[in-house]
Design a protein around this ligand. Structure first.
Ligand SMILES: Nc1nc2c(c(=O)[nH]1)N[C@@H](CN(C=O)c1ccc(C(=O)N[C@@H](CCC(=O)O)C(=O)O)cc1)CN2
Length: 369
């Protein structure tokens, strides 16, 4: 693996798609046995790395002097998969494609976002989605409902956007307040506007051979996109997905299988998760547990995609915490061949894939190629 491999980029600007987050994400967050979880304080992991100096190439990053205790010095460090730089490149490709469509048929894609409640992290993600839309020329529409809204009010907003031809994508920011029926709400998004890919028809098609989903969930799609753009072969490889959530683990496993990997899902009831994970050529971790995956879980030369975005206390920072992944980064850098950092790995790809799905939807709606 050297520089990112040259590859075909399709017209939707893809190459062929927590407690992860500040507070427990959604309701499907699994309880992992506590002996598997290593809090930040129990490790001597070094501070988060410096920004990658070499966007869009697999770059090497030296680790600081305080390495995790289990990590043994080896001859070289893993390469850093720079999701932030890849996401920027994808946004530029999408912006160019949107301009081409606007010039040709006068259509501008539209994305509607529904946010319910006052979670700070959700508000930040929605704000970032709006900014990303602005940066590529997608029109964005936002409905912000109070925490105590009824399910019917959310359904009414979705229904309005389902009927609005200027809206090509609809997403409901998750998690929803506990009194709402997430299944009912997600099922009410029109399948042809389901840019989050959470509708059961889209997930069902993803699971079936010979069927094509209209959209693939953004975070797993972003993981695969990173592998593609870095020229990392998936076909025939052993892949382990850690976590089985509806929005990341399960669709990530389905996507890897569609790419001809041999896939194992490790979850909170799996016996010997470490031994199983150590067999993988590709690991995608989405548990929402800071530093759960240690260097000893990783086969020498494996590729590690870390979806976790976990806050850990850090009194030195003004906001009082910093973000780390599910994987002990410094240990992974010692054994893996390539690793995504947190932040700056999979996170930015989630929003880039949302823009890509929205562009795809607008093109499909208007028969534009
Ligand atoms: N309807 C949806 N809800 C949620 C989704 C989703 O895909 N659809 N995913 C997450 C939140 N999310 C987008 O909504 C998201 C999370 C994180 C990032 C990101 O870029 N993270 C940065 C770090 C951000 C920080 O500093 O706070 C990174 O990893 O570099 C983007 C989007 C849950 N809800």
């Amino acid at each position: 693996m050297g520089k990112m491999a040259p590859m075909m980029i399709f017209a939707d600007c893809s190459s062929s798609t927590t407690a992860h987050h500040l507070l427990p994400f959604g309701r499907s967050c699994e309880l992992w046995p506590s002996n598997l979880i290593h809090s930040y304080r129990s490790l001597s992991c070094s501070p988060l790395p410096l920004p990658n100096p070499s966007p869009l190439s697999l770059s090497y990053r030296s680790s600081s002097s305080t390495l995790c205790s289990a990590a043994m010095a080896t001859e070289s460090l893993a390469k850093v998969i720079d999701g932030k730089a890849v996401a920027k490149q994808i946004r530029e490709e999408i912006a160019a494609e949107i301009l081409r469509m606007k010039d040709a048929i006068g259509v501008v894609p539209g994305l509607a976002v529904i946010l319910v409640g006052d979670r700070k992290d959700s508000a930040t993600y929605v704000r970032n989605k709006k900014k990303a839309c602005d940066s590529v020329g997608i029109n964005s529409y936002e409905v912000h409902l109070p925490e105590e809204s009824t399910e019917q009010e959310v359904l009414d907003s979705i229904s309005r956007f389902n009927d609005d031809p200027s809206v090509h994508g609809i997403l409901v920011q998750l998690p929803l307040p506990l009194h709402m029926n997430e299944v009912k709400i997600l099922n009410s998004v029109a399948i042809e506007k389901d840019v989050d890919g959470f509708h059961p028809l889209n997930i069902g098609r993803l699971a079936m051979r010979g069927r094509e989903p209209l959209f693939v969930p953004c975070t797993p799609k972003g993981c695969i996109e990173l592998l593609h753009r870095y020229g990392i072969e998936i076909r025939g490889k052993k892949a382990v997905v850690i976590g089985r959530s509806n929005i990341v683990g399960m669709p990530a496993a389905l996507l890897l299988q569609r790419e001809d990997a041999t896939v194992t899902i490790v979850h909170s009831r799996t016996m010997n998760p470490e031994d199983i994970t150590r067999q993988a050529d590709i690991i995608i971790s989405a548990t929402g547990k800071a530093n759960m995956v240690r260097g000893s879980w990783i086969k020498h030369g494996a590729v590690v995609i870390d979806v976790g975005i976990n806050p850990v206390e850090d009194a030195k920072l003004p906001r009082g915490y910093r973000l780390v992944g599910d994987v002990c980064y410094e240990e992974a850098m010692e054994v893996a061949s390539a690793v995504t950092p947190v932040p700056g790995g999979v996170g930015p790809m989630t929003i880039a894939m949302l823009l890509s799905n929205t562009l795809t939807s607008a093109k499909r709606a208007h028969g534009f190629r």
